[in-house]
Every structure is written in structure tokens, then in C-alpha cells.
Design a protein. Structure first.
Length: 188
């Protein structure tokens, strides 16, 4: 698939999440089905894009419906002259090469203590590492995350290069979804 084959232009309303998690105000959009379908994978995917003509790079998250959603930071909203509730113009395209994911410190520590696992980790693809990290960080509880890191080290040490039994799209497991939008009258 050529990078240009993944290009899409669309208009979407910037939604306010019902729960911002205590972060600074941010917005999100759910990609139209046809834009998401052009992307190379249903899991996390990095894109280059524009919002009202202002350039950005971001990682799309799976929405559990075989599409993606995009978190739009307060900084990007300001730079693009956009507000929550506006209909904005987006142009997106998958990056030519997925960037190396940032390794969480707890995983880094575990791999440092497991040289066999680290060796296989270093020999996997960027996409495989992205999926391993996504699997671990998508745990809802700290206890589950810790167990997944231990399990990952065991699987890697045994030679497994891909995380097994993980649906990075969330479609079959319903593990992922886009944020719930706040009511339009909700100003929080």
C-alpha cells in the first residue's frame, strides 16, 4: 500500500468528551468509516494530518468498531483556530513508517531483568512492539498491567514475537472504544 493511498479529507464535528480524566480541555473526532478503511491497520496507527490547515502528527486509537478516533489537544485546537463543537476540516495520511513507540518505564525495567525477552523484543518489528505496548497499557487495573508485563516477558523469552490473543482493533474483544461525548449542553 502506497502512503498516498491512505490519504483522506473530511469534515467532522469536534466533540467534548464526557470525562476528560482531569486533563486540560480536549476534543475528539471519530473518523468516518471510509477514511479509517484506507489506513493500513485497525489498531493504533500514526498519521500526519491537518486540522483546518494546521499540520500535526498523532496516533489514532481504535474505536472498537473497526474505525479510529483522534484525540485533539487543547494546544492543537488553539493552533488550528478551532473550538469544541465546531465542524472542522481534516486531511490525514498514514505515516510512511510507523515511529518507534515510547517504551513505558515498567516494561523497560522488566525487559532489563530478562535478557532473553529483551533480545526477542529488539528483534521484532515496530508494529509488533506497538501491539505489545498497547496490550500492556490497555489494562484497566494496575494488577492486570503488571501481570501482562510478566506474561509478555515470558512469551518473548520463549521466542514469541507477537502478542497472542490480542485484538488491537477491539472489535472482537470490545476492549477499546472512542470516548463518550458529553451532552451538547454540558459545559464541563
Amino acid at each position: 500500500m502506497k502512503q498516498s493511498d491512505t490519504k483522506s479529507r473530511f469534515k467532522q464535528t469536534l466533540l467534548r468528551p464526557a470525562n476528560t480524566g482531569g486533563d486540560a480541555p480536549w476534543a475528539f473526532v471519530i473518523l468516518p468509516e471510509n477514511a479509517s478503511a484506507k489506513l493500513p491497520r485497525r489498531g493504533r496507527t500514526t498519521i500526519d494530518g491537518t486540522l483546518n490547515g494546521h499540520g500535526f502528527r498523532a496516533t489514532l486509537e481504535p474505536d472498537g468498531q473497526l474505525s479510529h478516533w483522534l484525540r485533539v489537544s487543547e494546544e492543537l485546537l488553539k493552533a488550528a483556530g478551532a473550538n469544541i463543537g465546531d465542524t472542522a476540516t481534516f486531511e490525514i495520511m498514514a505515516v510512511e513508517r510507523e515511529p518507534e513507540p515510547e517504551m513505558p518505564s515498567d516494561l523497560e525495567k522488566a525487559l532489563a531483568a530478562a535478557p532473553e525477552a529483551r533480545s526477542v523484543w529488539d528483534d521484532t518489528t515496530t508494529i509488533a512492539r506497538l501491539d505489545w505496548i498497547h496490550w500492556m497499557t490497555s489494562a484497566k487495573q494496575a494488577k492486570t498491567r503488571a501481570k501482562r508485563i510478566i506474561d509478555a516477558c515470558d512469551m518473548l523469552a520463549s521466542g514469541k514475537r507477537r502478542v497472542c490473543c490480542f485484538d488491537p482493533s477491539g472489535y472482537y474483544s470490545k476492549a477499546f472504544s472512542a470516548p463518550k461525548a458529553a451532552d451538547q449542553g454540558d459545559s464541563s
